[in-house]
Design a protein around this ligand. Structure first.
Ligand code: NAD
Length: 298
């Protein structure tokens, strides 16, 4: 018999399935569930034990892990069946990317129901989920850290404890707000460079070693050539889809409003990515926004 905790794993989508597979390979007993039958079937085919309902995934487990599209999905599942079904003191590990206020509400609900809670959103995308190299941003009580880290380290290579409940989500959206702003800045710099007669490689060689240096240039460069692995070299296939950047910037906007923060660049990046995504580019890598900058259609 294994001493590892039993994990109810809900949400077996693009991210959840590879994360669940890594836990399964590490020897954890999972009770997997998704509302989409094809997702359940894919998990079964990967050797993961699956159950017939969300409530069943919370029965007889030590940890309930959720990887859902939005905060509303999380709150609905918590309220409708997860919190009531789980045994007292279950650890609710919420890994979706959701609004900070909703993350804090979910944690309050879990604690009020006699459970423990942590938010642990991720960065690293599907590639990182498959490779087990995600970064987890953790909002959790210090007393639960060792137990949480022992599980997360099978799915990620870096775990940053950001503070109490909601702090993981807060760190995630602050990072992604900066990423959205910096990618638009990188796109504008390369388009201006083109019009001033600069070769992409020449401008890259300067920026990548000068004060404009940033991840949007050195890793996810929006023009093909200088960084062979960047999505620009494969017609902007994601990578990190524009729809997900628009979602995260929407969450950042909501937090800007809640906190009465005057962040004009973040608000503008949110509006520009929403437009870019809605105008037929939802599945394009977010660096593809350079084409809209070049065409003047943003
Ligand atoms: P996805 O839509 O592929 O997967 C979400 C899954 O949750 C779906 O299969 C859906 O059917 C399932 N689901 C919804 N409600 C459910 C319920 N009540 N019970 C069981 N299953 C339910 O999304 P994804 O790309 O896997 O992303 C999941 C989360 O991770 C999102 O919050 C996203 O913002 C975040 N994220 C995604 C990426 C990425 O690159 N895809 C990167 C970082 C973070």
């Amino acid at each position: 018999m294994s001493n590892l905790p039993v994990i109810g794993f809900l949400g077996l989508g693009h991210m959840g399935l590879p994360m669940a597979i890594n836990l399964h390979r590490a020897g954890y007993k999972l009770k997997g569930f998704d509302v989409v039958p094809a997702a359940v079937q894919a998990a079964t085919e990967a050797g993961i034990e699956t159950v017939d309902s969300g409530a069943d995934a919370a029965k007889g487990v030590d940890i309930v892990l959720t990887m859902f599209p939005s905060g509303q999905h999380v709150l609905d599942a918590y309220r409708s069946y997860l919190l009531d079904t789980a045994a007292p003191n279950t650890l609710f590990l919420e890994c979706s990317t959701i609004d900070v206020a909703q993350a804090r509400e979910a944690a309050e609900l879990a604690v009020a129901a006699g459970h423990r809670s942590a938010d642990a959103p991720v960065s690293g995308g599907v590639v990182g989920a498959e490779a087990g190299t995600l970064t987890f941003m953790l909002g959790a009580e210090a007393a639960d850290l060792a137990e949480i880290t022992a599980v997360l380290e099978h799915m990620g290579k870096r775990i940053v404890h950001c503070g109490g409940h909601g702090s993981g989500q807060a760190a995630k959206i602050c990072n992604n707000m900066l990423l959205g702003i910096s990618m638009i800045g990188a796109a504008e710099a390369f388009v201006l460079g083109e019009r001033l007669g600069l070769e992409h490689q020449a401008l890259y060689d300067v920026i990548s070693t000068a004060s404009g240096q940033c991840w949007s240039v050195t890793t996810n460069c929006p023009v093909p050539g200088p960084v062979p692995a960047s999505p620009a070299n494969r017609d902007y296939q994601p990578g990190f889809a524009a729809a997900l950047m628009a979602k995260d910037l929407g969450l950042a906007s909501s937090s800007l409003e809640h906190t009465d923060t005057d962040a004009q660049m973040g608000a503008l990046a949110a509006a520009l990515y929403r437009k870019f995504s809605d105008e037929g580019n939802a599945g394009t890598d977010f660096s593809g926004i350079i084409n809209a900058v070049r065409e003047g259609t943003l």
